[in-house]
Design a protein around this ligand. Structure first.
Ligand SMILES: [Zn+2]
Ligand SMILES: [Zn+2]
Length: 264
């Protein structure tokens, strides 16, 4: 079968290659790949800036945003042939740390976790792949066109979950949310905010093209003004940072807003 492979650490080593067909282990589903998402992490790996091949191998099968159809499922796994599934990306470290031992491997403390298509384990960018039934998520059949967004959606679902946990430590009835950045992650964050019944505002630098229209279609308000002005106008109870920009911003006007007093 064919797979999208890369040699981690080497720039532009991306190549579609023939690789051996996978053999399902005990408890594994055998899945026909339908779609793979490409995100910033994949681009970093392709640029040679991130990623690890499985031990004793040079190349890694890329792809962590997956969608596939089950071809074969072990009896008692809860899955059957024909099911639409996405695979979980991360696996706990073998030791494991306290967080991993409690199933919170997104919060791994020792960094020895592994990740499909990123760190030490092959990804889902192949015609056929296997996944442990415990790490497969079944999707409703009508999600065939959008199911590949399941993995990136979980990133922001987790963010919202944490927002609610932190807020829940005291009185918390958020009404307005501000999402910084209207890329795929920002759009998904906005979608989940609207679904929670919040008034959602999205801030981005782009003034035309798809982003403003998509934000409006989600039922949110699109902004391109200076961040400080948007924050004081919106007075958000929740801010989700989804720009992915970790360097200083170009214009001093768009620096993080200074607190200007309480919002009503
Ligand atoms: Zn990703
Ligand atoms: Zn861990």
């Amino acid at each position: 079968m064919r797979a999208v492979t890369v040699r981690p650490g080497r720039k532009d080593s991306l190549e579609v290659r023939d690789v051996p067909d996978p053999t399902p282990g005990v408890g594994d589903l055998l899945v026909q790949g339908l779609a793979v998402g490409v995100c910033g992490t994949d681009r970093e790996i392709v640029r040679g800036e991130y990623g690890w091949a499985p031990p004793d191998r040079e190349r890694l099968v890329l792809g962590h945003e997956s969608l596939g159809r089950v071809r074969q499922a072990p009896p008692g796994s809860g899955f059957s042939a024909g099911d639409l599934v996405a695979g979980v990306v991360r696996r706990p470290d073998p030791e494991p740390c306290g967080a991993c031992a409690r199933g919170e491997f997104d919060m791994c403390r020792n960094g020895r976790y592994t990740e499909r298509g990123i760190k030490d384990i092959d990804g889902y960018g192949a015609q056929v792949w296997c996944v442990e039934a415990d790490y497969a998520v079944r999707l409703a059949p009508h999600l065939r066109r959008v199911g590949v967004l399941m993995e990136p959606a979980t990133v922001v679902a987790k963010a919202w979950e944490q927002v609610e946990r932190v807020g829940g430590r005291s009185w918390f009835e958020p009404r307005r949310a501000l999402v910084m950045g209207a890329g795929p992650i920002g759009l998904l964050a906005a979608l989940l905010g609207v679904q929670r019944g919040l008034e959602v505002h999205v801030l981005d630098r782009v003034t035309d093209g798809l982003k403003p229209a998509l934000v409006r279609e989600l039922g949110a308000v699109y902004h391109t003004e200076d961040a400080e002005r948007v924050v004081s106008a919106v007075c958000p109870d929740v801010v989700i940072e989804a720009t992915g920009a970790n360097g200083p911003v170009a214009s001093p006007r768009s620096r993080a807003p200074r607190p200007t007093g309480w919002c009503a």
